[in-house]
Design a protein around this ligand. Structure first.
Ligand SMILES: NC(=O)C1=CN([C@@H]2O[C@H](COP(=O)(O)OP(=O)(O)OC[C@H]3O[C@@H](n4cnc5c(N)ncnc54)[C@H](O)[C@@H]3O)[C@@H](O)[C@H]2O)[C@@H](O)CC1
Ligand SMILES: Nc1ncnc2c1ncn2[C@@H]1O[C@H](COP(=O)(O)OP(=O)(O)O)[C@@H](O)[C@H]1O
Ligand SMILES: [Mg+2]
Length: 286
C-alpha cells in the first residue's frame, strides 16, 4: 500500500475557483455541532474556519451556555442552541445543511452520547466526525454501522487508537486503518505529522504542514475547513485531500512570518486566504 503524495499539481485539479455569479446560497451551508461548558472555543474555531474556507453560510449547534460566546466571537455565523445548558442533549436542527461537522469540544455526557446515536440514525447530510464524537463511537463500536457511506472521520493518533486498538508497528497501524475505512466505506483522515487520507482503496500522504500545527484547536480548525469544503460540493475524498493540504499550507506560508511558537489555531484561519491565493497565482500562470 504505497501512498500517493498530495501535491500542488493534484490539488489544482481538485480546486474550483469561485464563479462570478456566486451568492451565499450557492456557496454551501455547513453546520458545526459541538461544544460544552469550557470548550466553546472549539466550535467557534471550527465555524470560523468553515466560513473562511469559502462556505456561504455557517450555523453552530451548541449548548445554551455558548450562545453569547459564539454570537460575539463570530457574528457572521448563525447559532441554534440545544435545550440543555452546558452540554448537547438532543440534536434538533430544523434545517438540512449541505454538510455537518460533529464532535469538537462536545464532551461525552450520557445525554450527549444518546443524542449522537439518534443524530446518526436520522441525519442525511454529508458528515465529518471528529474528537468526542469519535471517542463516543469507539465506546459503542456497533454505532459505527450507522455511519452513512463516505462519512469523513478525522482522528488524531490517540483517537485512532481508541477506534482500532493498539498497533505494534507502523505497518499494522496502516493495515488496521485501511481495513476500517474499507469495512465501513468511510474516509479516514489519520491526523499526524504527516497526515494520511484513507478512502478504502487508496492512501494519500499530505505534503504540507510543520510542527507549528502542534497547538490546541488545530484539529478543530481542520474539521471546520473540511466541513466547509464538503458543503461547497467538493466530494468527500476531494474535501479531505484539499482540506489537509490547505491546513498544512497555512502553516508553511505563515512560518517565516510568525515563527513556530506564536502560531496558534486562529493563525491557521488567518492564513487561509494566502493559501487560496497561492492556488490562484498558479492558475493565473497557467
Ligand atoms: N479551545 C477549545 O475549546 C479546545 C477544545 N478541544 C476539545 O477538547 C476535547 C479533547 O480533545 P483532546 O484531543 O485534547 O483529547 P484526547 O484525550 O482525545 O487527546 C489528547 C491525548 O492524545 C494524545 N495525542 C494527541 N495527538 C497525538 C498524536 N498525533 N500522537 C500521539 N498522541 C497524540 C495527547 O498527547 C494526549 O495524551 C475535544 O472535544 C476537542 O475538540 C481541543 O481541541 C483543544 C481546544
Ligand atoms: N508536528 C506536526 N506536523 C504537522 N502537522 C501537525 C503536527 N502536529 C499536529 N499537527 C496537525 O495538527 C492537527 C491536530 O489535531 P488535533 O490533535 O485534533 O487538535 P485539537 O483537538 O487540539 O484541535 C492535525 O491536523 C495534525 O495533523
Ligand atoms: Mg482534535
Amino acid at each position: 500500500m504505497k501512498p500517493t503524495e498530495i501535491t500542488k499539481t493534484e490539488i489544482l485539479k481538485i480546486y474550483k475557483p469561485i464563479e462570478n455569479s456566486a451568492h451565499k446560497g450557492t456557496q454551501g451551508h455547513s453546520v458545526i455541532i459541538g461544544g460544552s461548558y469550557g470548550k466553546m472555543g472549539s466550535v467557534c474555531l471550527a465555524s470560523k474556519a468553515s466560513l473562511m474556507s469559502g462556505c456561504g453560510l455557517v450555523t453552530g449547534y451548541i449548548p445554551k451556555c455558548g450562545y453569547n460566546i459564539m454570537q460575539t466571537f463570530l457574528p457572521e455565523a448563525m447559532v441554534i442552541t440545544d435545550i440543555n445548558e452546558n452540554t448537547i442533549s438532543k440534536i434538533r436542527l430544523g434545517i438540512t445543511p449541505d454538510a455537518i461537522g460533529i464532535g469538537v469540544g462536545m464532551g461525552q455526557d450520557r445525554q450527549t452520547k444518546r443524542a449522537l446515536y439518534q443524530f446518526l440514525k436520522n441525519s442525511t447530510s454529508p458528515l465529518v466526525i471528529d474528537a468526542d464524537a469519535l471517542n463516543i463511537l469507539s465506546l459503542n463500536r456497533e454505532w459505527l454501522l450507522e455511519l452513512p457511506k463516505k462519512t469523513i472521520l478525522t482522528p488524531h493518533l490517540k483517537e485512532l487508537e481508541r477506534m482500532i486498538g493498539k498497533w505494534e508497528s507502523e505497518e499494522e497501524k496502516f493495515e488496521k486503518t485501511q481495513a476500517l475505512s474499507q469495512t465501513l466505506e468511510v474516509i479516514i483522515v489519520m491526523k499526524g505529522a504527516p497526515t494520511y487520507v484513507f478512502d478504502g482503496e487508496n492512501v494519500y500522504k499530505n505534503t504540507t504542514g510543520n510542527p507549528s500545527l502542534a497547538t490546541a484547536g488545530s484539529g478543530d480548525v481542520l474539521t471546520g475547513i473540511i466541513t466547509g469544503l464538503l458543503a461547497q460540493s467538493y466530494k468527500p475524498l476531494e474535501a479531505s485531500i484539499l482540506g489537509v493540504y490547505l491546513h498544512g499550507l497555512t502553516a508553511d506560508i505563515a512560518l517565516p512570518e510568525t515563527g513556530h511558537q506564536a502560531f496558534i489555531a486562529s493563525t491557521i484561519i488567518e492564513y487561509l486566504g494566502k493559501a487560496y491565493l497561492s492556488f490562484e497565482r498558479e492558475i493565473g500562470q497557467g
